[in-house]
Write a protein that binds this ligand. Structure first.
Ligand SMILES: Cc1ncc(COP(=O)(O)O)c(C=O)c1O
Length: 367
């Protein structure tokens, strides 16, 4: 038996859409990416959406569109995928980490104010694993200190916080569509905003700094090729049509895991914070007996793939070198990081698979 950690869900509608694009011969800057943007903006409930080639560049353009510059500081979470800090480094902006909450693994809003200095220009909350950060407090602090908000919702499309879609309450929200995400375009990302100015800046920067006149060889500003191609956009359109159903499926599997694991010694099942719905990018347990890696290795020997989501960003080798971070700087994030383990989660995983995985976990833990 081999059980992978993640797998995209692709149906005939997706396949036919991509084939239609290939047959049309219009592979870039065609009708699909704008249609995908319109549909996406409606789905999350914002004015503007700007499709790009992945989540990392969505964040990078977000940093540039907010006018963040060398020497500025941005407050963010150390418990994230490295892109949410790298996007700052690309512009020589300094990531200032604050520790996380035990319950949701998101940045602890009560620690933000202490981290604000004269150089702080923005807060970059990461909505980790499919669950929103405590946005009301973050927005309140941002207003009080005149800071911008760039949301990393790359792992949390479809999750809600007090009824609002994750990624839509800051100045800019960003999403990613890598094949392990809630929906996929192969590689792909999206920037959303309610500001026309920000949208137009991102639209231009993703397309080599061109302006709206459409003149191919006039570059109004420094730009990049961060465009989404038409095949990916087509996949985005057909995947978005079934996003609610896909999230529901994953919710059902998460509930199976909860039921199968909730009374297992040394295992802590994920918690969902108040006023939130979870969109289950991954299902992450905590292994409290100090033997997370042993469990991971033994599950791998039994054909079950798991991952130690996530290593903390501040202890990545290049980050330690750049900023002299050391073990102990963000103790909650470090503890969670040493204990957390993502289990297989994808549409098609059956109740008997979940029970099989839970059984193997128990055998290893109790053995
Ligand atoms: C929290 C977070 N931010 C950003 C990204 C970057 O997205 P991409 O891999 O599409 O560049 C990811 C991707 O996994 C992520 O998990």
């Amino acid at each position: 038996m081999k059980i992978q950690i993640a797998r995209p869900y692709i149906d005939e509608d997706d396949v036919e859409g991509v084939i239609e694009v290939l047959r049309s011969g219009w592979l870039s800057l065609g009708p699909k990416y704008t249609q995908f943007e319109d549909n996406f903006a409606k789905y999350v409930g914002v004015r503007y959406a700007c499709a790009v080639s992945n989540g990392t560049v969505a964040l990078h353009l977000g940093v540039r569109a907010l006018g963040l510059k060398a020497g500025d500081e941005v407050i963010t979470s150390p418990f994230s995928f490295v892109s949410s800090a790298n996007c700052l480094l690309y512009e020589n902006v300094k990531p200032v980490f604050v520790d996380i909450e035990e319950e949701t693994f998101n940045m602890n809003p009560l620690l933000i104010e202490k981290a604000i200095t004269k150089k702080t220009k923005a807060i970059l909350p990461v909505h980790i694993f499919g669950q929103s950060a405590e946005m009301d407090l973050i927005i309140k602090l941002a207003k009080k200190h005149n800071l911008r908000i760039l949301e990393d919702a790359c792992e949390s499309l479809g999750a809600t916080y007090r009824g609002r879609m994750v990624g839509t309450t800051g100045d800019i929200g960003t999403y990613a569509f890598y094949p392990n995400k809630q929906m996929t375009t192969g590689e792909g990302g999206m920037i959303v905003t309610n500001s026309r100015v920000i949208y137009e800046l991102c639209d231009s920067m993703r397309n080599q700094g061109r302006n709206k006149s459409g003149d191919w060889l006039i570059h109004e500003r420094l730009g990049f090729n961060y465009r989404m191609d038409e095949m990916s956009a087509s996949l985005g359109i057909t995947q978005l049509k079934k996003i609610n159903r896909m999230i529901e499926e994953k919710r059902k599997i998460a509930a199976w895991y909860n039921a199968a694991l909730e009374n297992t010694l040394h295992i802590e099942i994920p918690k969902v914070g108040k006023d939130r719905t979870h969109s289950w990018f991954v299902y992450v347990i905590r292994v409290k007996n100090g033997k997370r890696n042993k469990l991971m290795d033994e599950l791998a020997r039994k054909g079950i793939q798991t991952k130690p989501y996530l290593p903390v960003i501040h202890l990545q080798p290049f980050m330690q070198e750049l900023f002299n971070f050391k073990k102990g700087d963000f103790p909650v994030a470090e503890k969670v990081s040493e204990e957390s383990l993502a289990l297989p989660l994808y549409i098609g995983l059956k109740l008997e698979d979940v029970n099989y995985i839970a059984d193997k976990i128990r055998t290893i833990i109790y053995g």
